[in-house]
Design a protein around this ligand. Structure first.
Ligand SMILES: NC(=O)C1=CN([C@@H]2O[C@H](COP(=O)(O)OP(=O)(O)OC[C@H]3O[C@@H](n4cnc5c(N)ncnc54)[C@H](O)[C@@H]3O)[C@@H](O)[C@H]2O)C=CC1
Ligand SMILES: N[C@@H](CC=O)C(=O)O
Ligand code: NA
Length: 895
C-alpha cells in the first residue's frame, strides 16, 4: 500500500527568538515511492532560523570543512539531528521508512540517534530477570531476540551487508549467553544502529554507525540520573571524527560510558537525551524527535477529546507541561539544546502530514498582520492523588522561620512538595504532597509543633485528601490581562470549587487545587474556555424526519466552511426521534449518524436528551432545534428558554397554540437572553417573519397581510388542471415533501390557519386559532380516517367533487386559490378558497410558491410582496439553518 502524506503548507509564519523562522518551502515537494516502504513521504520539514548563539561559541561560524582541516569537530548549522525511538524502528518496514527520512533530509550533515527496536529493551530486562532468578528459559528468550533481529535484517539487507550484520549478531548473542547479567546495557541500540546504517548505505549513501559508548562520557549522579561531561564527550567525538568521515551517522541512543570507561546508560528518556547531547555538541540547527503522536497536545487527549496539537512551545512551557505529566520531553533532555537555542521538533513518524510541535526559546505564531494566533494559555495538565496540608494559626503571623520549620519537617520525612500557597496574612501555609506521603507529613508536623498546637499558637494541621492539581501553562499569560479571571470564571461556570491557588511570579503557570473527582470536569471546562470559539454551539435535533434529516445533511456539508471562515463551531450532540435517540459527548459524525443510531441508539427520553445536550458545561451555547410537528415538544420551549437554551423551530404548534401560553413564551423571550427563532413556520425559508418584524421594529404599522401560505395547496391548485385527478395531485404534493406529516392538516386549512394566527399575533392581535373561520377541503367522511395514509387511499372517491369546483371557476375564466388573510384593522383573520382572475398575481404562481402581501402604513398603495417556494425539504431546512446562523451571529460570530 502506498499513500502520499503531503505536508500541508502552513498559513502561519513561525518566529523563533529574534530571527525569522519559516518552514522551508522545499519541504512541500512530492516524494517518490520507496521500494521498501509502505508509505511515500517527504523529507521532514526543516525549519530555517536565525537563532541567538552565545558569542562564546564561535564554532557555529566556522565552516565544517575548515574545522575538519583543523582537526576540530565539524560543528555548525550543516548538521541536522534526528532521533527515532523504539516504535520508529520496530520492524523492517519502519526501519525502511526511517532510512528514507534520513536519506531525504537534504541537510549536508546528519546524525541519527536510534533506540533499540520496540520491546527489545524489555526483552533484555526480562532475560536478565530470568537469568537472575535461575529460570533457564532465558536461553529460548534470547533466541527470540536473535530471531527478531535476524528476520528484520533478512528483510532489509542482502549480500555482504547481511552477512556482516548476521555475523555480528551471532557473535553478540553467543557472548550474551556467557555474560547474561551484564548484557542488558545497550546491545539493542548497537544492533539497530548497525542495521539502520547498513540500510542507508544500501541506497548508496555514505553512512557509518557510531557506538556512543566510545564517545559520550557521563557522570552518574543518582540511580536515575547522569550528568554529561561535555568536555570529555567533545574529545571523544573529535577522536571519532578523526577516524570516520561519513556525513551521515547513526548513533546508538541511551548508552554511554563513565569517565572510567565503564559502559553505562543515560537512564530514563535516554535516547532523547543522547540526541540532545549530540545536538549540543555538534551545535546542530534542529533536532527532530520522532515519535508516535502528532506533537504535544494542549491537554491529555484521553481526558479532553477537544485537545489540539500545539504548533509551538517555548522551552519553559515545555518544561512546565512535562512537570505536570504531559507527554513532552523530560526537562533534563532540553537543557543541552536550550543552551544553544536549538529548536526541537516533535513529529509523528506514522503521520508525516502533521507538522508536529516546535519547541524553541521564544515562539509565537502570528497571522499576516502580526497578531498572535495562539491562546495565552498553551496547555493544561493535571496531577492526581494529592492531599493538601494546611497549617494554620494566628501564632504564625510575623514569626520568622515558621515556613522554614514546616518545610524542614516535610524534608525530613522525604515528602515531595508539589505546590505551596501562602496568603500574605501568614495565618496559614498550605501545600500539596502526594496522597501516600501525607500521613507521614501530618504526623511529623504534629510532633514538631506539639507545643505550639497545645498553646494555641497553631490552631490545626489539617489534611484535605482526594485532591488534584490543575495547571494552566503559557508564557504569554504574564503579559495578557484577564487570563486568571477567565480561568476562574470557567471553573465557576462548571461549578468547580477551588481549594487552593498558586501562581509563580514567572507566570508560566497558574495552579489550582480541586477535588479529585472534579478534576477532569475542571480540565475540560478551562480547556474549552480557552480553546473553543465563542460561537461553539451544542445542538440537539429533535425529530429527524424529512426536515430534520435534510437539515443534518446541510450541516454535515457546511460545518467545515463555517468553522474555517466564520469561526462558528456547530456540534450536534444529540438527535432524537420519537422512539430512539443518539447522544455523543463531543459531536455526532453527521456522515453516518443513521447507521450509528441503529447500532448505538438508545430509547428516546426527551428530559435526558436535553440534559445531555445542555448539561455539558464546556460548550458555551446550547440550541434545541425542534423539527417535529408535535405540541408536546413545543410545550417545553418555555422551560428551555428559562434554562438559557436557545430554541429554533419550523414547528408551528407553539406560536399557534393557546394564546396565554404563547404570550407567556414571548414575554420570557423578551426578558431573557435566550433566543427563539421560527422563521420557517410561515413560508418555509422565505423571509416572512423577519420581514414583518423589521417592518414593526422600524415603526411602521401593519394593516393587512394576505396571501397564499400553503405550499401544498399552492402546488395542488397550480397543478390541478385539465383532466388530472385531485387525489393524484395531493399524493404528488406529499411525495414532494410539501405536506404536513398528515396531509389533512394542509387540506383542512388547519396549517394555513396556524400561519394566519402566527402572523396575526406577530402583528399584535390577540387571537385564538378558533377565532379564524376556515374552509375545510377534507371531504366530511374522511375527516375521521385513522391515518394520513388511509385518507390518501380513500381520497379518489371525492375526485369528482373537487373537479366540479375547479370547473365552475374555470368556466368563469378564473382559478381557485386557497388564501389566508390577517385583517389587522378589523382584528380578524380568515382562511378560504377563493376565485381569482387569471391575471391576478395570486394566479401567476407555480410549484409550491407562496406569496405574501404586506399592506402597511408605509406600503399602503403597493404592498410589500414576498414570493417563492414555500414548502419542501431543502428550502425549509435551509431556512432553519439560516436561523441557526442568525443565532451564531447574535452570539458574536463575525459577519
Ligand atoms: N415540509 C415542509 O415543507 C415544511 C415543514 N415544516 C414543519 O416542519 C416540521 C417537520 O416536518 P416534516 O419533516 O415534513 O415532518 P416528518 O413527519 O417527516 O418529521 C417529523 C419527525 O418528528 C418525529 N417526532 C414526532 N414527534 C416527536 C417527538 N415527540 N419527539 C421526537 N421526535 C418526534 C417524527 O418521528 C418524525 O421523524 C413540521 O412541524 C412542519 O410543519 C415547516 C415548513 C415547511
Ligand atoms: N405543509 C406546509 C409546509 C410549510 O409550512 C405547506 O404546505 O405549506
Ligand atoms: Na419563512
Amino acid at each position: 500500500m502506498a499513500f502520499s502524506a503531503p505536508v500541508s503548507p502552513s498559513p502561519y509564519s513561525y518566529k523563533c527568538n529574534s530571527g525569522a523562522f519559516t518552514r522551508d518551502a522545499s519541504s512541500n515537494r512530492k516524494a517518490k515511492v520507496s521500494p521498501f516502504s509502505f508509505l511515500s513521504f517527504q523529507r521532514p520539514p526543516i525549519y530555517n532560523f536565525t537563532s541567538h548563539v552565545p558569542s562564546s561559541y564561535p564554532s557555529a561560524d566556522v565552516s565544517v570543512d575548515e574545522s575538519l582541516e583543523r582537526g576540530q569537530l565539524p560543528k555548525g548549522h550543516t548538521w541536522s539531528i534526528h532521533k527515532f525511538g523504539g516504535t520508529c524502528v520496530g520492524n523492517s518496514q519502519r526501519i525502511g521508512n526511517v532510512a528514507e527520512i534520513v536519506i531525504k533530509d537534504d541537510s549536508e550533515r546528519k546524525l541519527v540517534v536510534v533506540s533499540a527496536m520496540s520491546k527489545v529493551t524489555d526483552m533484555m530486562y526480562d532475560l536478565v530477570d530470568k537469568a537472575q532468578s535461575r529460570d533457564d528459559s532465558y536461553v529460548s528468550a534470547l533466541e527470540t531476540v536473535l530471531e527478531k533481529h535476524k528476520s528484520t535484517a533478512i528483510d532489509l539487507l542482502d549480500g555482504d551487508e547481511l552477512a556482516s550484520f548476521l555475523s555480528r549478531l551471532h557473535y553478540d548473542i553467543n557472548n550474551l549467553k556467557a555474560m547474561l547479567r551484564a548484557i542488558y546495557i545497550g546491545h539493542g541500540e548497537l544492533w539497530s544502529a548497525h542495521m539502520l546504517s547498513s540500510v542507508i548505505r544500501k541506497s548508496g549513501v555514505d553512512c557509518t554507525w557510531m557506538d556512543t559508548r566510545s564517545v559520550l562520557i557521563v557522570n552518574p549522579v543518582s540511580s536515575t540520573q547522569v550528568d554529561p561531561d561535555y568536555l570529555e564527550s567533545e574529545k571523544g567525538l573529535e577522536k571519532w571524527f578523526s577516524e570516520n568521515s561519513s556525513k551521515t551517522i547513526v548513533a546508538t541512543g541511551f548508552i554511554a560510558s563513565t569517565p572510567q570507561n565503564i559502559p553505562t546508560t543515560l537512564k530514563r528518556d535516554g535516547s532523547d537525551f543522547s540526541a540532545a547531547i549530540m545536538a549540543a555538541l555538534l551545535r546542530a540547527r534542529q533536532i527532530t524527535i520522532w515519535t508516535d503522536v502528532d506533537g504535544v497536545y494542549s491537554a491529555d487527549p484521553r481526558k479532553v477529546s477537544e485537545a489540539v496539537i500545539l504548533k509551538t512551545l517555548s522551552y519553559q512551557e515545555a518544561w512546565e507541561m512535562s512537570y505536570f505529566g504531559a507527554n513532552v520531553l523530560h526537562p533534563r533532555t532540553m537543557i543541552p539544546v536550550m543552551q544553544y537555542d536549538i529548536p526541537i521538533v516533535i513529529r509523528n513518524i506514522f503521520n508525516l502530514s502533521a507538522p508536529g510541535t516546535i519547541i524553541c526559546r521564544h515562539s509565537v505564531i502570528e497571522n499576516e498582520d502580526g497578531q498572535s494566533l495562539e491562546s495565552p494559555v498553551k496547555g493544561f495538565a493535571t496531577i492526581d492523588n494529592l492531599a493538601l496540608v494546611n497549617v494554620e494559626g494566628t501564632g504564625m503571623a510575623g514569626v520568622p522561620g515558621t515556613a522554614s520549620a514546616i518545610f524542614g519537617v516535610v524534608k525530613d520525612v522525604r515528602a515531595n512538595v508539589i505546590m505551596i500557597s501562602q496568603a500574605s496574612s501568614e495565618h496559614s501555609v498550605c501545600f500539596a504532597v502526594p496522597e501516600k506521603e501525607v500521613k507521614a507529613v501530618a504526623d511529623a508536623l504534629e510532633a514538631r509543633f506539639q507545643q505550639a498546637l497545645g498553646a494555641g499558637r497553631l490552631s490545626q494541621v489539617a489534611i484535605i485528601p482526594n485532591c488534584s492539581i490543575l495547571a494552566a501553562v503559557g508564557q504569554k499569560m504574564a503579559s495578557t490581562a484577564g487570563v486568571s479571571a477567565t480561568l476562574f470564571s470557567a471553573l465557576a461556570k462548571a461549578n468547580i470549587n477551588v481549594r487552593a491557588i498558586a501562581q509563580g511570579c514567572s507566570e508560566y503557570n497558574i495552579t489550582v487545587v480541586v477535588k479529585r473527582e472534579e478534576c477532569v470536569k475542571a480540565l475540560r471546562a478551562v480547556h474549552s474556555r480557552f480553546y473553543l470559539s465563542r460561537t461553539t454551539i451544542a445542538m440537539g435535533i429533535i425529530g429527524p424526519g424529512l426536515i430534520g434529516s435534510t437539515l443534518l445533511d446541510q450541516l454535515r456539508d457546511q460545518a467545515a466552511v463555517l468553522k474555517e471562515k466564520f469561526n462558528i463551531d456547530l456540534r450536534v450532540m444529540g438527535i432524537t426521534g420519537s422512539r430512539t435517540m443518539l447522544l455523543n459527548e463531543t459531536s455526532i459524525d453527521l456522515s453516518r449518524w443513521k447507521e450509528v443510531q441503529k447500532d448505538k441508539g438508545e430509547k428516546a427520553d426527551l428530559r435526558k436528551f436535553v440534559q445531555h445536550v445542555h448539561g455539558n458545561h464546556f460548550i458555551p451555547n446550547t440550541v434545541l432545534v425542534d423539527c417535529t410537528a408535535d405540541s408536546e415538544v413545543a410545550s417545553h420551549y418555555y422551560d428551555w428558554l428559562r434554562q438559557g437554551i436557545h430554541v429554533i423551530t419550523p414547528n408551528k404548534k407553539a406560536n399557534s397554540g393557546p394564546l396565554e401560553q404563547y404570550l407567556k413564551l414571548r414575554a420570557l423571550q423578551r426578558q431573557s437572553y435566550a433566543h427563539y427563532f421560527y422563521e420557517t413556520t410561515v413560508g418555509a425559508g422565505l423571509p416572512v417573519i423577519t420581514t414583518l418584524q423589521s417592518v414593526l421594529e422600524t415603526g411602521d404599522k401593519i394593516l393587512r397581510v394576505e396571501g397564499i401560505f400553503s405550499g401544498t395547496l399552492s402546488f395542488i391548485f397550480n397543478n390541478f388542471i385539465g383532466a388530472r385527478a385531485f387525489s393524484d395531485v395531493v399524493r404528488e404534493a406529499k411525495e414532494a415533501g410539501y405536506t404536513e406529516p398528515d396531509p389533512r392538516d394542509d387540506l383542512s386549512g388547519a396549517d394555513v390557519a396556524r400561519k394566519v394566527i402566527i402572523l396575526a399575533r406577530e402583528s399584535g392581535l390577540k387571537l385564538e386559532l378558533s377565532d379564524i373561520p376556515v374552509e375545510n377541503l377534507v371531504p366530511g367522511p374522511l375527516r375521521a380516517s385513522a391515518s394520513g395514509e388511509e385518507f390518501l387511499q380513500q381520497l379518489p372517491q371525492f375526485d369528482q367533487l373537487m373537479a366540479e369546483k375547479q370547473q365552475d371557476a374555470s368556466e368563469a375564466g378564473e382559478v381557485l386559490r386557497y388564501v389566508g388573510v390577517v385583517d389587522v384593522v378589523n382584528q380578524s383573520g380568515a382562511v378560504e378558497l377563493r376565485w381569482y382572475k387569471k391575471d391576478h398575481p395570486f394566479a401567476q404562481l407555480s410549484g409550491s410558491d407562496n406569496i405574501i402581501a404586506f399592506t402597511t402604513e408605509r406600503y399602503a398603495k403597493q404592498p410589500l410582496i414576498v414570493r417563492g417556494p414555500g414548502a419542501g425539504a431543502e428550502v425549509t431546512a435551509g431556512g432553519v439553518f439560516s436561523d441557526i446562523l442568525r443565532l451564531a451571529s447574535y452570539l458574536g460570530a463575525p459577519s
